[in-house]
Ligand binder design. Sequence first.
Ligand code: PMT
Length: 361
Amino acid sequence: MTQAATGFITPLTFQALSGNPVHTALLDANAENAMSHISLARWADMLVIAPATANVLAKLSHGLADDLLTTLYLAANCPVYVAPAMNQAMWHKPVTQDNVARLKAHGVQIIGPEAGDQACGETGFGRMSEPEQICRCLFKTASSSILQGVKILISAGPTREPLDPVRYLTNRSSGKMGYALATAAADAGAVVTLVSGPVQLPAPKQVTVINVETAAQMYDAVLEAAGHHAIYIGTAAVADYRPVPANDKIKKQDGQTILVLHKTQDILAAVSALERRPFTVGFAAETQHLEQYALNKLEQKKLDMIAANWVGQDSGGFDSNQNALQVYWANGQRHLAMTDKNQLAEQLLKLIAERFQTSTS
Ligand code: PMT
């Protein structure tokens, strides 16, 4: 925090809310590390300055380093992002625009600002981008360098298993999770093929969509494409069993009737068993023993990663706009907290990109 920032909110508030230490001083003899600007600069994967005032932009663009923030910027070798926030007249002032242009020329990424109502009562450009938007930019960049041009195959949605010409067995999958992943992957520069069961969602931009209905059709489409893709993500809720469809509509009878169901082929296991297999990521939808069942699937289907989610609960899982995931791989795991499926997809994709990069290096 800069001196000016501590005038708005105390460091203690930030520390309590974030659960992280807050640094304010350039040289602090009482701190564990008196040269914190150097150690913080080496530690960070990215440096994000949000909000960045006109004064901070001016100092950064001219290399002035008279406090912790500006010194940290000079010492950092990682990608730097600034999210400007100031009065609209200050933003439009030629000197501010010159400073922004200088920072861009120095490789700094500028996020926003947005137009709208300002704290001073005026309206115009200068509002800091929403934190969600800032995070989206960061996730996109983190994944995109790794996934640029990488071919990713994703399955999404439910399957429909016909009982007769007018009825079918299916499940509650809306396709939202898989479509969000396809969008995030395309945004990250990947070449994306989406094999989709029947859903009510528009095709994501820049994604090749192959529409299928049954588990057998999904199996054929995925297996035909899998060998030409570097990554496969099995988000689809594929039927484990299917009936043999009757040629004519099944007529109502007295008493009970019994359905005979046959096992479908496991698409994920088949992809993972290919000789030229992609980096294979499965999903696990569970109503109990989430970790144990997910780890069993990771091992039995010989997956590189598995993303497990609770289903049948009040929030998340099937046909919800939100979800949370517990992601497992050999010797590692990560919890991705409940959030909007679009954001969750970006977080999961970043994790997949990291593990994929490790597997190929
Ligand atoms: O579509 P939404 O409404 O957004 O909901 C998202 C979701 C809950 C469907 C998604 O997050 C999810 O959990 N997808 C996997 C659903 C599932 O079928 O899980 P499972 O535990 O039964 O299967 C494990 C894995 O095997 C899955 O990757 C599945 O795609 C795959 N599988 C299963 C059966 C089969 N015959 N072939 C397969 O490839």
